[in-house]
Design a protein around this ligand. Structure first.
Ligand SMILES: Cc1cc2nc3c(=O)[nH]c(=O)nc-3n(C[C@H](O)[C@H](O)[C@H](O)COP(=O)(O)OP(=O)(O)OC[C@H]3O[C@@H](n4cnc5c(N)ncnc54)[C@H](O)[C@@H]3O)c2cc1C
Length: 293
């Protein structure tokens, strides 16, 4: 199918873009990489009267570090995130997640901000934002607000973004020394959306015990699932295979996945357990191995 007819604007400034969104909030959609929006239009699952193409907005494709924090602009593509040396060094879980999205063509166009705004229940980036306690910066003609993952992701393909708002920046705090992190997922074929994915970041204390554990899953519900119970169960202990297995089993118990055309709820639980164990083990090994990441 072809997309329904729509008006098209490609503003040259952020102010102009925000003005268009304010004036046409009821029937406008932002176009970033187009890797989710264009299929939605072509399948007639979205019928906006106006497309606001943000690709000509200057200076929004940055990936920078400020005050130790990683800041990613709205037009930074998955490929740029996956290959950025500072991201690979300081936030490897994010680089690994970005590298597992779709194929080259999708990664070359799709954006981190667009992925969060679209909020596909099996997308990689929402789980990374949740695991790393990141936040999104959202602008409208009325002002700016920042939101954490818990407040941003509301349900299947639903976020707290208002129709007149633009997600302008994604922020990730610095990982502490002796932190190891990773993103692991299972997809039936390379390039497919994951069935389940797990983002893990663990920090080991000077005595080798789990000082901090962060674990978030995608593909087990409408929003990323932060496995807080399992995290708490591990904190303070020394990493052992038995404790990791117990925590992974706890994750599988705590989630409430749906069955769908891709996988049964039972299979998703199985994947959640297996991948959580794998992610925690790898993250702990990395933390122990380098006194860091
Ligand atoms: C074949 C195929 C395979 C894919 N595989 C994966 C995969 O494995 N994992 C995965 O996570 N994704 C996958 N994707 C989706 C891809 O990652 C998209 O890039 C991403 O979901 C959306 O980013 P985008 O920049 O393309 O956004 P767009 O498609 O341009 O927009 C998506 C939605 O977000 C809104 N939006 C975008 N940017 C903003 C913004 N800055 N502020 C406010 N709203 C905004 C749009 O209005 C729209 O509603 C796949 C896509 C295809 C076509």
């Amino acid at each position: 199918m072809k997309a329904p007819a729509f008006d098209y604007e490609a503003p040259a400034t952020l102010e102009e873009a925000l003005g268009l969104l304010q004036a046409r909030a009821d029937d406008a959609k932002v176009l970033a990489g187009g890797q989710s929006l264009m299929p939605m239009l072509n399948m007639r699952l979205a019928r906006p009267a106006l497309i606001v193409d943000i690709n000509r907005l200057p200076g929004l494709d940055y990936i920078r570090i400020a005050g130790g924090q990683l800041q990613v602009g709205a037009l930074a593509r998955h490929t740029a995130v996956a290959s950025h040396p500072e991201v690979k060094k300081g936030w490897p879980v994010l680089a690994e997640a970005a590298a597992q999205i779709g194929h080259d063509a999708i990664r070359n166009r799709g954006t981190l901000a667009g992925s969060l705004a679209h909020s596909d229940p099996t997308a990689e980036h929402p789980a990374v934002l949740a695991a790393l306690d990141g936040e999104v910066v959202v602008r409208s003609a009325k002002g700016e607000r920042t939101l954490k993952a818990d407040d941003f992701f509301l349900g299947y393909l639903t976020t707290a973004l208002q129709p007149d708002e633009l997600l302008t920046e994604v922020r990730f705090p610095a990982l502490a020394p002796r932190t190891g992190s990773t993103f692991v997922e299972f997809a039936p074929r390379v390039g497919d959306f994951a069935v389940v994915g797990v983002a893990a970041a663990v920090t080991l204390g000077g005595d080798g015990s789990w000082q901090d554990v962060r674990l978030a899953l995608t593909g087990v519900g409408g929003t990323p699932f932060r496995a807080r119970q399992a995290e708490s169960a591990l904190k303070g202990k020394k990493p052992t295979a038995a404790d990791i297995q117990a925590a992974a089993a706890q994750v599988a118990e705590a989630i409430e996945p749906d069955s769908d055309i891709k996988a049964s709820a039972r299979y998703r639980r199985h994947l959640a357990r297996t991948l959580s164990e794998r992610a925690l083990t790898t993250a702990a090994e990395r933390a122990a191995g380098q006194g860091g990441r």
